[in-house]
Design a protein around this ligand. Structure first.
Ligand SMILES: Nc1nc2c(ncn2[C@@H]2O[C@H](COP(=O)(O)OP(=O)(O)O)[C@@H](O)[C@H]2O)c(=O)[nH]1
Ligand SMILES: [Mg+2]
Length: 393
């Protein structure tokens, strides 16, 4: 449903975007809300803005409690990203989240039979082949988390901040109710785990560059003209907007407010060693119907855990690219990890912001090529295992 915001609301939104100080931002959000008409089409938007405000308020509150500002050691709401992908580990209390970290990562964690021991995100690193995944244990999910109950803000914030999710359930009792609860809370926080038909990425880090819309997919029920008009009506005049898959005008507006976000997810079904776990696993499989991978494990007995790396790798849809210095025989053993579909341009950007400018050509070694190395330009699409030698001007 369209929001049909009046021009003054769109102006206010531009002011929100331009503000970075948390207190000022809070005020700008408030002013923005005051300009948003109260009808059904704006319901979702208003809810979303209120949630964003609640997060800022909570951050300000925590800072005040702990005295000084950042880095004062107060409860963390977010974890700095590290490794190839950040994965939020979500589940109800006592399902074995900390046990999983203890079993597959470098984290020193507290495993406890008492409920609700972890109240802030706990980061850790899991190595799989030559990839490092960062796993972040979020505080336990419970009914009402998405409405901010208990430490729900931290739990959903961890999920939103991550690149992907592990949904963990305990097979000693009904796993379907657990998955339904988790998915329900995620949905309330506008986080979805099924791949949307299309995607709109608005990259605003290009101040000074004219608005560029790159249409790699298909517009449904709208035109480039309408998309551009909508973006401009929100004062988005200097951004790169990438459209992939099938996208409607509503999807574009959704992206402007960063409201709905998709996170690839897999399920870890724990406590396979306990009574009834086998039949509960079957019920879970029947319920999920192959829409998400399920990794059945026992953290305690250390069973099934070796599958987790490969499943994460597949779910996150990442590729490894090995760079090589011209003149060197061997590529680096430390790969760059990129999203599937990434091009040489993405790789160059990843290596160094300036690299794209200086890029002349690359030589690529890959099994799928009729001959290697092949000379390639910035638009060359990379795949897992490619070896790349970049030549600069
Ligand atoms: N039987 C069994 N118990 C487990 C397993 N994994 C964890 N537990 C127990 O479940 C309880 C909660 O574990 P914990 O990792 O703290 O759960 P969290 O609250 O999700 O972080 C602890 O008593 C663990 O020993 C498992 O695979 N099998
Ligand atoms: Mg825990």
């Amino acid at each position: 449903m369209p929001t049909n915001l009046p021009p003054e609301a769109k102006d206010k939104w531009a002011e929100v975007e331009a503000t970075h100080d948390p207190k000022m931002k809070l005020q700008k959000y408030q002013e923005f809300l005051a300009t948003v008409p109260q009808h059904k089409g704006t319901l979702k938007l208003r809810g979303q803005i209120k949630k964003k405000m609640a997060i800022i308020r909570k951050e300000l509150e925590e800072k005040k409690k702990k005295g000084t500002g950042r880095g004062s050691g107060g409860p963390k709401l977010f974890v700095e990203k590290e490794g190839a992908a950040q994965i939020a580990l979500l589940g109800m209390t006592n399902v074995g989240k900390s046990s999983l970290l203890a079993a597959v990562t470098n984290a020193k964690v507290e495993v406890s039979p008492n409920p609700y021991t972890s109240r802030e995100p706990v980061p850790s690193i899991m190595n799989y082949k030559d990839i490092r995944f960062q796993i972040v244990e979020a505080p336990a999910m419970l009914e009402g988390s998405a409405d901010g109950k208990a430490w729900g803000m931290v739990t959903l914030g961890s999920a939103r901040n991550a690149d992907g999710l592990i949904l963990m359930v305990d097979l000693s009792y009904d796993p379907i109710s657990q998955i339904e609860l988790i998915l329900g809370e995620l949905e309330k926080a506008r986080i979805v785990v099924s791949k949307p038909k299309g995607r709109v990425e608005i990259d605003r880090k290009h101040a000074g560059v004219a608005l560029r819309i790159i249409l790699l997919g298909k517009l449904v029920g709208t035109t480039m003209r309408e998309v551009e008009d909508l973006l401009r009506s929100y004062r988005i005049n200097d951004a790169i907007v990438k459209i992939t898959g099938e996208v409607t005008l509503d999807d574009v507006e959704d992206a402007i407010f960063e409201s709905t976000t998709y996170k690839p997810a897999l399920i870890v079904a724990n406590k396979m060693d306990l009574e009834g776990a086998g039949s509960n696993l079957k019920r879970l499989q029947a319920y999920v119907k192959g829409k998400m991978p399920i990794v059945a494990v026992s953290c305690e007995k250390r069973v099934g855990l070796e599958q987790l790396g490969e499943e994460l790798f597949k779910t996150m849809d990442i590729i490894r690219v090995y760079t090589k210095e011209p003149g060197n025989k061997e590529p680096s053993s430390n790969p760059f990890t990129l999203k599937r579909g990434a091009t040489l341009q993405d790789l160059a950007k990843n290596i160094h912001g300036e690299f794209v400018k200086d890029f002349s050509f690359a030589r690529v070694w890959a099994k799928r090529l009729p001959f290697s190395p092949q000379k390639a330009g910035l638009s060359f699409v990379l795949e897992d295992g490619d070896i790349v030698e970049i030549h600069t001007k």
